[in-house]
Design a protein around this ligand. Structure first.
Ligand SMILES: Nc1ncnc2c1ncn2[C@@H]1O[C@H](COP(=O)(O)OP(=O)(O)OP(=O)(O)O)[C@@H](O)[C@H]1O
Length: 294
């Protein structure tokens, strides 16, 4: 890996609370790195240290192999969870106002197009929806054409359609070759956007890797569930562990295709049969014994 960021033994303590407990990670150029974890895991604290907004109690962050200098602020874009916007400015005026803070900026028209803000560009900030506001905050984070973009829980509070719309824009930003560092407690967001994930819990990183590899390493088994009244009395031994759960028969298997093939060739009517493949949520549950949303 060609690291853009090296996080070296970062620790942050607030009185009795150790928010980040000795985290070391590297983040590769051009990757979309996701920090996934439940509320209070320490994600925001760690990211704010990496963004150079708060100082760690100990540890170092290197950017392009060196300690961060003034150039770091010029080359990064940050989409905060909350940013106060002047209510009487329009979306376009807001972008123009913030663009004066930088020496080199993206054209406002390009950002309005990229972030799907055409329809609301002349609306005041207090007359736009939650999804449109998040897209404006993303556009603001991209104003200085950053090489590295931080997104702190970008889709929190959005409805599913607004969330998917924002994800499409983030994918477009990613395809421009920028490095993205994203924090989230939505595993679906991490799975959809990130090629590299670290799962954080209680101030530490408990797993790291590509989403698919992480699932494959920790949770190989899928569950095929068949209504009991559709499950044949005679069936050849299935490639999985069979158990009854209420009105359904569940087959836990590492080979879903083989099991589904066996069911089909035994004449099982597939209506009502469902397959549940493992997710990052299952990885978290397996590693911590708790749900991501607890
Ligand atoms: N300024 C602060 N002073 C004291 N404790 C803090 C401060 N900031 C964070 N903490 C504590 O540090 C721990 C980690 O908090 P942090 O906000 O980093 O978690 P998080 O994973 O980002 O959670 P969330 O998903 O809810 O934003 C929590 O126990 C929190 O209460």
């Amino acid at each position: 890996m060609n690291p853009l960021l090296e996080i070296v033994d970062i620790r942050k303590q607030y009185k009795q609370v150790v928010a980040v407990d000795g985290v070391s990670q590297t983040i590769g150029r051009g990757s979309c790195f996701g920090l996934l974890g439940p509320n209070g895991a320490g994600k925001t604290t760690l990211i704010e240290i990496v963004e150079d907004i708060i100082a760690p109690t100990s540890g170092t962050v290197l950017y392009k192999g060196k300690r961060r200098a003034a150039q770091f602020r010029q080359e990064v874009g940050i989409m905060f969870q909350q940013t106060a916007l002047l209510s009487y400015l329009t979306v376009a005026e807001t972008l123009e106002t913030f663009s004066r803070l930088y020496d080199h900026t993206e054209t406002i028209g390009h950002l309005i197009g990229l972030c799907h803000l055409e329809e609301v560009k002349d609306q005041p900030n207090d007359k736009i929806s939650g999804g449109q506001k998040q897209r404006l905050l993303l556009a603001l984070a991209l104003l200085n054409r950053p090489e590295l973009v931080f997104l702190d829980e970008p889709s929190t509070g959005l409805d599913p359609q607004a969330r998917r719309n924002l994800w499409d824009i983030i994918k477009a930003v990613k395809s421009q070759g920028r490095t993205i560092v994203l924090t989230t407690h939505y595993m679906e967001e991490a799975e959809k956007l990130c090629d590299d994930i670290a799962i954080m819990d209680k101030g530490g990183i408990i797993a790291r890797g590509a989403p698919h590899d992480m699932i494959h390493t920790h949770c190989r088994r899928a569950t095929v569930s068949v209504p009991k009244d559709r499950f044949p009395e005679k069936i050849p031994a299935l490639q999985g562990f069979v158990r009854e759960r209420g009105e359904r028969v569940q087959i836990r298997t590492e080979n879903v295709n083989a099991v589904v093939g066996q069911l089909l060739s035994s004449g099982v009517d597939m209506r009502g049969v469902n397959v549940r493949t493992p997710t990052l949520e299952d990885v978290f549950l397996k590693l911590t014994g708790r749900s991501l949303r607890e």
